[in-house]
Design a binder for this molecule. Structure first.
Ligand SMILES: [Zn+2]
Length: 299
């Protein structure tokens, strides 16, 4: 599928060349140079692959686990790969829930007509156990991870040791073919219309996928603000107890490797680029982008 939408800068920003003809201005030309005007438009399918029940303030917090399948019709790119099956989660983390493992991921892919063999790339936003498991389902795919994230998975900050299970790293190291494992450093133009943004905050080597869809540019923000309330703290729909005084600001999530300012700066970088953000653990995320797209706050 190819975009027919023009670069948003183009329409509002014309200039005349020496012969008096209209042409896109320098910004629009640069935008076209980045490939946006002709970039493929992707669809994003949300894969709900499990749920954890987390003790929280004397109650139980339902924590849905998601991955995403991003496709332009030709390629199938998985963003995150889910968590272990529940028997393993219970044994390793003493947490209850449902789903997880190969079976849930296979079923979620089957619901959108895909098989694991169809996946060409697995973009791992970070290596926490609920985002980077099941890689062995995709031996043919190229796993893409920030180099800093691998280093942090080997030697995490103390509060995050529980989230990094050693198989997330050994599974990557076992991918010997260069085409099966790619380490990246910093922001990467992965494909036209599909950018990886390094966003330290939740972890030092976190990356966010910035993806062009027919309804706008989407940030699959994963655990960089893993609920809508962190992105829209002033919106009552994103909060049981609205915090209106925070209007226009961000509220960094509770699990973080970096300081609050660095975290908020990463969120701001995403919001500067993305028109829609999709957090990893919010039960309200759309099933399919752009079809079931919604935005907080609404237009
Ligand atoms: Zn995480």
């Amino acid at each position: 599928m190819t975009s027919t939408a023009a670069c948003p800068e183009t329409a509002a920003c014309q200039e005349q060349d020496r012969s008096g003809k209209d042409r896109p201005c320098a910004i629009a030309r640069a935008c076209q140079g980045r490939g946006r005007a002709d970039a493929p438009v992707f669809e994003i399918h949300t894969l709900r692959v499990g749920e954890l029940l987390l003790p929280h303030n004397g109650g139980i917090l339902r924590d849905p686990i998601h991955a995403w399948l991003v496709t332009d019709g030709a390629r199938s790119i998985l963003v995150d790969s889910g968590m272990p099956d529940m028997a393993e989660v219970r044994r390793r983390l003493n947490v209850d829930g449902s789903g997880g493992g190969h079976e849930s991921l296979r079923e979620a892919l089957a619901r959108i007509g895909r098989k694991p063999e169809d996946v060409s790339h697995v973009v791992l936003t970070h290596l926490h156990f609920d985002h980077a498991w099941n890689l062995d389902l995709f031996p043919q795919a190229c796993a893409i991870v920030q180099r800093d994230e691998v280093m942090h998975a080997i030697d995490p900050v103390p509060t995050q040791r529980i989230y990094y299970l050693r198989e997330a790293v050994t599974g990557l190291l076992g991918r010997k073919r260069p085409s099966a494992f790619r380490l990246v450093d910093g922001d990467v133009d992965f494909l036209p219309g599909f950018r990886l943004l390094k966003t330290p905050g939740h972890t030092p080597g976190m990356q966010v996928a910035i993806v062009d869809t027919a309804r706008g540019r989407v940030g699959l923000v994963s655990d960089l603000g893993d609920h809508y309330r962190y992105w829209y703290p002033a919106d009552p729909r994103a909060n049981e107890a609205p915090l209106r005084f925070l209007s226009g600001s961000f509220m960094p999530g509770p699990i973080r490797s970096e300081g609050e300012l660095a975290y908020a700066d990463s969120m701001r970088r995403v919001k500067d680029l993305a028109e829609i953000v999709v957090p990893a653990h919010d039960a309200r995320i759309p099933v399919q982008l752009p079809r079931d797209w919604f935005e907080l706050p609404p237009g």
